[in-house]
Design a protein around this ligand. Structure first.
Ligand code: BGC
Length: 371
């Protein structure tokens, strides 16, 4: 029987016995101290496969680097692959990891619904699967999910717009547009949480979306591509804002925020007479923190990828040692095949008021990197 299924059952039993469901203050455990090389029965170092979507975004490079470092420090061999945002390439890379004998797969899917077959192979070969950051759907082979809490991130982003426009006291109306990620199940939780915060003000007319583009499909950015976000914003500005000021862009991550900024600048925003709108983001990529400092982007969400990587490395180690795996949510994430036991990490917003304290004094970036 698959090793990590046994552990998941043990976990369920533990939770049932102690009536414990979700820890209210999830926190990552420190990674285990460096160990000797951990080997399987044939004396080979135990292999962990890591499949990430693309090298083109700063965050995935960091995730890969930190995961590799943590797992290497624990004595595991690591096969780290990036799939250039190409679904077929990701499938073949994962297939290859299984062939090479990986015992655990840590996967952040490009398309959350196209890994069903390859994960069936993983399951047949007793390989455990941790869905990383994005939840793989339509597969009962997904054993665990580890992510930043996307509901909280969405709420932070949406609330920021509400607070900055002071919508509780200022009737407006203000013009706003929404820039989302791919129209997929992986974006749904984030989108719903962010839009949920502004929806009452759209409904009562304080926020006006002149483009009329409000749902996930209409506001989508394929693959979170900066250029896609830029050309959509170009079109929106030309078609709907030649005689009106855009006051806010509810943007769901940093790459799409950069694309939106380029379009806004090209349309003449960013001057004293024509200030940039309130513009949100997520990830605190260096280019975006620089934009926050310069006043081109209002905020971003700080997701400390070191903490996520350390937590996932620990989960991997627990799986491979047959220990109870640390999770703090056993209810929220239904991947349409099962409820996936999850480990959720909280995040914080960064803006001009706190970037130095959180990112520099906290040791995430040096001041030089941000200049
Ligand atoms: C991640 C974001 C990231 C986006 C684009 C999402 O799954 O949660 O942090 O900006 O993918 O890569």
């Amino acid at each position: 029987m698959k090793k990590c299924i046994t552990i998941a059952l043990a976990l369920t039993l533990t939770l049932a016995l102690f009536g414990c469901t979700k820890s209210s203050t999830p926190s990552a455990q420190p990674a285990a101290p460096p160990a000797e090389k951990i080997s399987d029965s044939a004396g080979e170092s135990t292999l962990v496969g890591i499949s990430l979507p693309t090298k083109s975004l700063q965050r995935w490079n960091q995730d890969g680097e930190y995961l590799e470092k943590e797992l290497g420090g624990m004595g595991y061999s690591v096969d780290l692959q990036f799939a250039e945002n190409k679904t077929e390439l990701q499938v073949s890379q994962i297939d290859n990891m299984i062939t090479k004998g990986a015992k655990v797969l840590i996967i952040s899917p490009i398309d959350v619904s196209t890994l069903t077959n390859v994960l069936e192979t993983a399951k047949q070969q007793d390989v455990c699967v941790i869905s990383y950051d994005r939840l793989i759907v339509n597969s009962d082979a997904v054993d665990y999910y580890a992510t930043f809490d996307n509901t909280i991130i969405g709420q932070i982003i949406g609330k920021y717009v509400v607070d900055q426009l002071n919508l509780e006291n200022n009737a407006g109306p203000f013009n706003m547009e929404i820039v989302s990620g791919p129209n997929s199940d992986a974006t749904r939780v984030l989108f719903d949480a962010a839009v949920g915060e502004v929806q009452p003000y759209i409904d009562n007319g304080q926020l006006v979306i002149r483009s009329g583009q409000t749902d996930m499909e209409q506001t989508a950015t394929p693959n979170w591509e900066e250029k896609e976000a830029q050309s959509r914003m170009d079109n929106i500005l030309t078609a709907y804002y030649s005689d009106a000021h855009l006051d806010a862009v509810l943007c769901l991550n940093d790459s799409t925020s950069l694309g939106s900024q380029s379009a806004l600048k090209a349309a003449g925003y960013g001057t004293q007479d024509n200030p940039m709108p309130i513009l949100t983001g997520q990830d605190c990529d260096i280019a975006n923190v620089k934009a926050i400092i310069a006043g081109d982007q209002s905020m971003s969400v700080f997701k400390d990828t070191k903490i996520l990587a350390a937590a996932v490395a620990k989960m991997t180690d627990q799986i491979l040692k047959g220990e109870t795996v640390t999770v703090n949510d056993t209810e929220s994430y239904d991947n349409f095949s099962k409820i996936v036991p999850s480990y959720l990490i909280e995040s914080l917003f960064v803006d001009q008021s706190n970037w130095q304290e959180l990112l520099v004094d906290g040791g995430y970036y040096t001041l030089d990197e941000l200049q």
